[in-house]
Each structure stands twice: as C-alpha cells, then as structure tokens.
Design a protein around this ligand. Structure first.
Ligand SMILES: O=C(O)CCC(=O)C(=O)O
Ligand SMILES: [Fe+2]
Length: 295
C-alpha cells in the first residue's frame, strides 16, 4: 500500500473503510460526484419505498470473515418465544377479534447484544466508521446520525434458526441499517409492505389484510451477503419469511438515530436480551415517539 493512495490513507484513519467496496461506493470521497449520485439513488428508494439496498456494500474478499464473525457470536444469542401483536405488545380486548391490535403472532427471536460484540470486530469497525455515518446522514438529510447510546441495542446480530421466521412487526426505531452476513439455505427472505402506516395513520385495514394472507402490498427483497439495507421499519410492516435448510440466517443490525442518547426501556430490554443495565431504568422511556403510532 502506498502512502499516497487516498483510499489507503482514508482506511488508516477510518478502519471500517477497509471492508467497504470503495471502488463501487466511494464513501471516502464525499466531494466526488459519484458520492452524490449514490446518495440521490438511496434517497429516491427511501422516498419511494422506505427501503434502500446497497448491493455488495462489503468487499467480496471480506464476506467470509463477516460470516465467520457472526457465526462465532451466534451461540451467545438470547432467544425468546412469545405471543405479541405486530406492535410488540399485548392484545387489546377493546378491539374486535381479528383486528391487528387484538391478534397475536408467535415471535421467536434471537439477538446477540452489542456488548458481546468485540472492539476488534469487522462489524464494529463498519458500525463506528465516520465515513459511513456521514454517508447515512447525507442519505437522511441530517447534519449527522447518532449511534444509539444503548450498549445492548446499539449493534446486534439477529439469528434466525432453520425452520424459523421473524414474524410480522413494526419496529420501535424509525429506521435500521442492516447487513446480511449469512443467508439461510432457502427461504428467509425479507418481506415488507412499504409505508403501510404514517404518523397519525395506522391503516389497520391494510395491516389486517396482510395478516389474513393477502400479500398484494408486500415486496420481497432478494438480499445477498454483504448487501447493506437502510429501512424505515417504523412505517413498513415487515418480517423475515420462514427459513429452511440447515444453516442459520444472520444479519447485523446497526442502530443509529436522528437524535442522540437513545436508551431502551428496562422491561423491553429484558424481554429482548434477557437482561438490562443500569441506564435502562430511565422511567420515561427514551424510545417513545411522538408520532401517535402504537409501539
Ligand atoms: O434480520 C432482518 O433482516 C430484520 C430483522 C428485524 O426486522 C428486526 O430485528 O426488527
Ligand atoms: Fe424489524
């Protein structure tokens, strides 16, 4: 590597860049017209569908390391199995049977908490990359994005075991950034109903149609290892379809937000990770949104 090579110099200052395909996606050159073109393409996809995929964002020669890293972390996942509505809560008997607020789905989720993901990992290098965060801020039209302050939810690995699914739901967080690190043998597609709800507008009728099996509003994303997805999961009902074969499906979920200091609520954190930390006891729940939508 030559000291005058701009991408080598950028990588020395921002180690995450070493794993990103900078030839296709010049995150180290934010003044380059091709950077603007990429931002414009992502923004157009987010506007149209609340979802953008940057194909093969991770370099091909890093994919096996990425898969091995998440496979090594996977045994530390905390698994939960519970009935919940798509909004994450208990059924509400004030609604008629069959209403999305009344019906529950089986949630079987496995998550490796962020404090189990070491500082020397590829995942952390990418997550903390200033160039990536600058790029995401540009895509979201914000001066900057903030890492979650929550050490557990900040960066997680989602583990979906064979013959399992991640049931239909809305996220509490406005958006997530996801890296598929290991696909299952078959199935496990990411499916979503773009912008099916909006602030102040739950659109129960269309949510119910999907729960009843009408997938006419559902899109299926063909994701490959190393693809990065930016997704507005608070507004789009989504799931990971049932997986098959013998291999787990792994994704790394990177938590950023438009506002600093986000910590999860203690009860919800214990539900997801089986434990909580001191900072999770904030009584007012820093995740609460003021968008009049059900969490
Ligand atoms: O693993 C994925 O692709 C998405 C998981 C998801 O929807 C979530 O963790 O909220
Ligand atoms: Fe989600």
């Amino acid at each position: 590597m030559s000291g005058s090579d701009p991408s080598a110099r950028a990588t020395a200052e921002d180690p995450g860049l070493a794993w990103i395909d900078l030839e296709r996606y010049p995150l180290h050159r934010p003044d380059d017209p091709s950077f603007d073109a990429l931002v414009a393409r992502v923004q157009a996809d987010l506007d149209a569908r609340g979802c953008a995929v940057i194909e093969r964002f991770i370099r091909d020669d890093a994919l096996s390391k990425l898969a091995a890293e998440t496979a090594a972390l996977a045994p530390r996942a905390h698994f939960t199995r519970a009935q919940a509505t798509v909004y994450g809560g208990e059924p509400d008997a004030d609604f008629a049977p069959g209403h999305p607020r009344r019906r529950t789905l089986l949630r079987e989720n496995g998550f490796v908490a962020g404090d189990l993901i070491g500082n020397d990992t590829l995942l952390r290098a990418v997550y903390h990359s200033p160039a990536l965060q600058h790029f995401l801020a540009r895509c979201l039209d914000e001066p900057q994005v903030h890492e979650f302050a929550d050490p557990l939810a900040q960066l997680v690995v989602n583990v979906v075991r064979p013959e399992h699914m991640h049931a239909w739901h809305f996220d509490t967080n406005e958006f997530i950034v996801t890296l598929l690190t290991q696909p299952p043998e078959t199935g496990g597609e990411f499916q979503y109903a773009p912008a099916i709800r909006a602030p102040g507008q739950e659109n129960y009728e269309h949510v119910r149609a999907i729960l009843d099996g009408d997938h006419s509003r559902v899109r299926t994303l063909p994701l490959a290892p190393g693809d990065m997805q930016i997704f507005f999961g608070r507004y789009s009902l989504h799931r990971v379809a049932p997986t098959a074969g013998s291999r787990d499906r792994y994704t790394a979920i990177m938590g950023y937000s438009r506002t600093p200091g986000l910590m999860g609520q203690a009860a919800k954190t214990r539900q997801i990770f089986g434990r909580s930390l001191d900072g999770h006891n904030s009584p007012d729940g820093a995740w609460k949104r003021d968008d009049d939508l059900t969490d």
